[in-house]
Structures are given as structure tokens and as C-alpha cells.
Design a protein around this ligand. Structure first.
Ligand code: HEM
Length: 342
């Protein structure tokens, strides 16, 4: 369980999480106790036990996160809820990502990608960091449409400080990472309040995620909107950046697949109108990429994107799986979180 309060937070977050899980598994089996981010946790690392918690007995668990993450994202964010409010948020998020909602921003996403490529010229890059920058810009476009340009730099500055504290201990004293993150979180909420107020004054319809959250009928409060905007950036950004990074790695390791993807993409670029200086991608083009799509699907299948996710038992749970000690899932105090490794 590690040191008092700190537990094994440092051991988990200072190295590849798979190394942490592998060494624990070797010592204790696929279910073991630990203590991270100020919370006692049961870590589950076998597919059978993860299926038990996330699928077959999911009604015995509720979604949760350690308190530090909840305070940073905001307690109204979708991840901490169930029932009618959760369903409403799911509907509002999905509405902003239907083909109808995103088809018109394909050329803008292409431009963001082109700007990233240009900015890499002549310098050595850290792929994951660059993918994070790219996905952040795409996230801002999907959330705020083109309105965000004015606020982009401020949003970026605050979000980057906030994310540094995501995996920090929740110690809110001057100078701690957590304290800096909480200040940045407050500033983010202020910027979002400004964007909301400008939108209300202009009264235009918007097809983006903010427009979906602000829909008159939905009746979300400003705090609920802010928590969920920050929540979606959190959910969308590192996950997508991680998939993109894995795709590049796998393509680099498989030259014949890289060749096939390149030919598919070049054929689409050649299909532009004669005389066009450079073809702008459209929605129909994205449907003509069977090889590229399969590479994305296969990467999602093979790579581990989210190392683990958290649940909290709503009542005593009994589980007796292979290689696991029954006691670990039985009669634990309610303060225990269940972290499922994937
Ligand atoms: C390929 C990249 C992505 C992966 C691998 C991924 C993975 C996941 C997983 C595993 C969960 C469930 C977590 C849990 O149950 O504890 C989740 C939830 C969620 N993700 Fe993603 N995600 C990705 C991209 C995105 C994007 C682009 C968005 C933007 C809208 C997004 C929004 C959400 C939201 C809102 C939830 C909460 C859903 C709910 O509570 O019903 N994710 N994601």
C-alpha cells in the first residue's frame, strides 16, 4: 500500500503504468490493493475481473474518480453521474459529434493538421506532445466552432497548467501542483463565462458542442456547462493524441501498410478539381479511406489507450475469479475505489 497518504502514487505515475501493474501482478496476482492520489484502491488487472466490474455486475458499481480529479474537472462533469442527468449529457455530447454536426469542419481539421506539419519542419519533435497540441486545437474547434480563435491562447495556457496537476496529490497549499491547477481551473471557468456571455448577446445558432450544451430546452447552468466542456477536453484530448501516436509508431514499423495508406491518401488528394492549388478534404473523402480506417481500428484494438478507469462499489461485492483472493472484493470500506486496468 506504500507510504501513508501518498501510497504508491509516485510509483504508478512516474513510470509506464504497465510496469507497475506487471510487477504487482507478479507478486500478488491479478487483484491487489494499493493507495493512489489519496485514495485506497483495489486494482484489477485480469480481463475476467474487469468484465465483472464493468459489464456483468456493473450495477453494483458507480463511475467515479479520485477526489483530486473530480475537483479539477468539476463535480457536474458527466463522468461523476448516473441516471437522468447523465443521459441528458450523453445526448448533448453525441448531438455535437453526429456526421451532420461535424461534416462542415473537415476542411478546418485538415488545415489544423497542415499547420502542425508545417510547424515541424526542420526540428526534432516529441510525437505525443505534438499530437496533444493538434488534438487540443481540433477539440477547441469542435467545442467552440470558429469563435474560439479569440480565446485560444488563454484557454491553452490555463488548460496546460491544469493538466499538469491531474495526477498530483490533492494538497491545496501555495506552490503545489494541485494548487496551481486549481487556480488555472478557476481562470478557465472565467474565460468560459465570457464566451457564454458573448454567445448569449449575439443570439446566433451554433452547431458545436457549446451550442449543444447551451440549447434553450436543456436548461444547463453555467457551472454545468463549464464542468462538461473541461470534462470533454479531458476525455478527448490525450486519448486521441495517444491513438495517433500509436498509429505513427505502427506505420513506421510496417512499411508495406504505410505505403498502402500513403497511396490511398494521395489518390484522394489527386481527385480534386483540375486547377485547384491543393484539394480541401470534405466529408465524402473521409468515407473513401478503407485502408486508413482499418489502420485506426486495428490500432484501437491493439494499443492500450486508457491504462485504467475507476469505479466505486455501491454495496458489498463478492468476486471469486481465477488467481484472485476473494477477500479483495468483499466487504471493503466504501472509501475504496476500484481501478480496472485495460
Ligand atoms: C480514441 C480515443 C478515445 C478513447 C480510447 C476513449 C475511451 C473512453 C473510455 C474507455 C471511456 C469510459 C471510461 C469509463 O467508463 O470509466 C470513455 C468515456 C468518455 N469519453 Fe472517450 N475515448 C476516446 C475519445 C473521446 C473523444 C474524442 C471524446 C469527445 C467527445 C470522448 C468523450 C468521452 C465522454 C464524454 C465519456 C464519458 C461517457 C459517459 O460517462 O457516458 N472520448 N472514453
Amino acid at each position: 500500500m506504500g507510504w501513508p497518504y501518498m501510497g504508491e502514487t509516485f510509483q504508478l505515475y512516474s513510470q509506464d503504468p504497465n510496469v507497475f501493474f506487471a510487477s504487482k501482478r507478479q507478486r500478488y496476482g491479478s487483484i491487489f490493493k494499493t493507495h493512489i492520489l489519496g485514495c485506497p484502491c483495489v486494482m484489477i488487472s485480469s480481463p475476467e475481473a474487469a468484465k465483472f466490474v464493468l459489464v456483468t455486475k456493473s450495477h453494483l458499481f458507480k463511475p467515479t474518480f479520485p477526489a483530486s480529479k473530480e475537483r479539477m474537472l468539476g463535480k457536474e462533469a458527466i463522468f461523476f453521474h448516473q441516471g437522468a442527468y447523465h443521459m441528458k449529457l450523453r445526448k448533448l455530447v453525441l448531438r455535437a459529434f453526429t456526421p451532420e454536426a461535424i461534416r462542415n469542419i473537415v476542411p478546418d481539421i485538415q488545415n489544423i493538421a497542415k499547420d502542425s506539419l508545417l510547424s515541424w519542419e526542420g526540428r526534432l519533435i516529441n510525437t505525443f506532445q505534438e499530437m496533444k497540441s493538434y488534438t487540443f486545437n481540433v477539440a477547441l474547434l469542435s467545442i467552440f466552432g470558429k469563435d474560439e480563435v479569440l480565446y485560444r491562447e488563454d484557454l491553452k495556457r490555463c488548460y496546460y497548467i491544469l493538466e499538469k496537476g491531474y495526477n498530483s496529490m490533492p494538497i491545496n497549499l501555495p506552490g503545489t501542483l494541485f494548487n496551481k491547477s486549481m487556480k488555472a481551473r478557476k481562470e478557465l471557468a472565467q474565460i468560459l463565462a465570457k464566451i457564454l456571455s458573448t454567445r448569449r448577446q449575439t443570439k446566433l445558432d451554433h452547431n458545436d458542442l457549446l451550442g449543444s450544451f447551451m440549447g434553450d430546452k436543456e436548461g444547463l447552468t453555467d457551472d454545468q456547462i463549464a464542468d462538461n466542456i473541461i470534462g470533454v477536453i479531458f476525455a478527448a484530448r490525450d486519448t486521441t493524441a495517444s491513438v495517433l501516436t500509436w498509429i505513427l509508431k505502427y506505420l513506421g514499423e510496417n512499411p508495406s501498410v504505410l505505403q498502402a495508406v500513403t497511396e490511398e491518401q494521395e489518390a484522394i488528394m489527386r481527385s480534386g478539381e483540375k486547377g485547384d492549388e491543393e484539394k480541401l478534404l470534405n466529408w465524402a473523402d473521409t468515407k473513401k479511406m478503407p485502408i486508413t480506417s482499418r489502420v485506426i481500428q486495428e490500432t484501437l484494438r491493439v494499443a492500450s489507450i486508457l491504462s485504467f478507469t475507476f469505479r466505486e462499489a455501491v454495496e458489498d461485492v463478492e468476486y471469486e475469479g481465477q488467481n484472485s483472493k476473494k477477500a479483495y472484493l468483499t466487504k471493503l470500506p466504501p472509501s475504496y475505489l476500484f481501478a480496472c486496468h485495460s
